[in-house]
Ligand binder design. Structure first.
Ligand SMILES: NC(=O)c1ccc[n+]([C@@H]2O[C@H](COP(=O)([O-])OP(=O)(O)OC[C@H]3O[C@@H](n4cnc5c(N)ncnc54)[C@H](O)[C@@H]3O)[C@@H](O)[C@H]2O)c1
Ligand SMILES: [Fe+2]
Length: 396
């Protein structure tokens, strides 16, 4: 264990976690001096009562709720513009992302442009945001993307047909409010895909070479977050998927995805995320599902490079490894993830209606895009274009 180097660990200013935490949103809004708050959300939440619940919590403390509910999965530049207009027209002083990663990312983008001006496209990449954003709360309803504790937002530019990332320390939310009760209404398919996104964050943050490449080594804190995150997610995702009203499983998933969020926000992701993005761009496969589909294949490719880490992952996933050799134990991690995917019915790409000819037409370009994203380079086993094509083919 190395304690002699400096590490910077980034988190939101406050994290409020627990059953009913969403009820605190009004008093928190008051602390930021807001009289009107824009809720950036999805109209799906109307019927399940989530918008009403948070609106009432704001009103009780004298904060007027203003609703922009135009975010439909994977937010677009147009939705950011629309939400911003509502924010400005109503003279709001706070943005609240209420929903899955899509709503939280749209809220992040609105809060950045509200103070920095221009369009969100102007801030694509790293470090382009120059001024603090408008006050921002993130209230997740999936478990989850960890976007409420991350330094980035992912927005789709319809004109250029690309998903781009805005990455800046200014993007970190002021308050993350984690209420497992808001996740009870998630259907099984979203429970599976967002849960597998979280598992991928924990595994990839744990094995990523990003910090090592920068010369710092992997931040020790990450080990104490990633392993419990893997434990919590792999030991509760099946139950949350099978019975969405299981409050204990939902709470453990919320905690697991939060720890996974800290992990990737501070140590990055790796090859699976590099493959998930082109799948989203070319075939509109939702982010979490794309990760779930490629993760077992990426792990099968990668484990030989870091068997010690994979043996630790297997043990965190509940595999009995004490009597196994290091190599046998490491291979078990791959089997454990495959079994989890099977149990929660993660589909193959062909089951999603992706046509094979279409897939073959773009697979080399997807491999190039994946390499250009930079994440494959921080995978413990570097990958060539040819190998990446093969990994895409195995995922089909
Ligand atoms: N910024 C980051 O750090 C980061 C990290 C990972 C993913 N992302 C982004 O997050 C997005 C995916 O987010 P997601 O997986 O949370 O899904 P999502 O926000 O796209 O939501 C998926 C669907 O689930 C529904 N839903 C969400 N919560 C629900 C609930 N409690 N009850 C009923 N329905 C519910 C939504 O209405 C939507 O139809 C992608 O755009 C991805 O790029 C961002
Ligand atoms: Fe992710």
């Amino acid at each position: 264990m190395e304690f002699l180097r400096f590490y910077q660990f980034r988190t939101p200013r406050n994290i409020t976690f627990g059953l009913g935490a969403a009820e605190t949103v009004g008093e928190k809004a008051k602390e930021y001096g807001a009289n009107k708050a824009l809720m950036v959300t999805d109209r799906v939440f109307g019927p399940v009562g989530i918008i009403e619940k948070v609106s009432q919590a704001l009103s009780r403390k004298g904060v007027d709720p203003v609703v922009y509910d135009g975010v439909i999965t994977e937010p677009t530049t147009d939705q950011v513009e629309e939400g911003l207009e509502v924010y400005r027209k109503n003279g709001c002083g706070l943005v609240i992302g209420l929903g899955g990663g899509s709503c939280i990312d749209a809220a992040k983008a609105i809060s950045v442009v509200a103070t920095n001006g221009g369009r969100i496209q102007d801030y694509e990449g790293r470090g382009k945001v120059k001024k603090p954003r408008a006050p921002l709360f993130a209230v997740p309803t999936t478990a989850g993307t960890g976007s409420e504790v991350s330094l980035s937002c992912v927005i789709t530019d319809q004109q250029r047909k690309v998903k781009f990332i805005v990455y800046s320390p200014y993007i970190l939310a002021d308050e993350a409010i984690e209420d497992p009760l808001l996740t009870l209404s998630m259907p099984p398919s979203i429970t599976a895909s967002s849960g597998m996104d979280a598992l991928t964050h924990a595994i990839e943050g744990y094995i990523s070479l990003r910090e090592a490449n920068l010369g710092y080594g992997s931040p020790p804190l990450i080990h104490y977050l990633a392993i419990p995150a893997i434990e919590l997610i792999s030991q509760n995702l099946r139950q949350a998927w099978a019975n969405g009203k299981n409050v204990e499983a939902r709470s453990n998933m919320m905690l697991g995805q939060l720890l996974a969020g800290f992990t990737f926000a501070n140590a990055g992701t790796a090859l699976a995320h590099g493959m998930a993005r082109p799948l989203g761009a070319y075939f509109h496969v939702p982010h979490g599902l794309a990760n779930a589909i490629v993760l077992p294949h990426v792990m099968e490719f990668t484990w030989v490079a870091v068997p010690d880490k994979f043996a630790r992952i297997a043990s965190a996933m509940g595999e009995e490894v004490a009597s196994l050799s290091l190599i046998q134990a490491a291979a078990r991690a791959v089997e454990a993830v495959k079994k989890l995917c099977a149990d929660i019915q993660v589909p193959k790409l062909r089951d999603l209606g992706v046509r094979e000819e279409e897939f073959q037409r773009v697979v080399v370009q997807m491999a190039r895009d994946g390499i250009a994203s930079g994440t494959p380079q921080v995978n413990p086993r570097p990958v060539t274009e040819k190998e990446l094509v093969e990994l895409f083919n195995r995922s089909f």
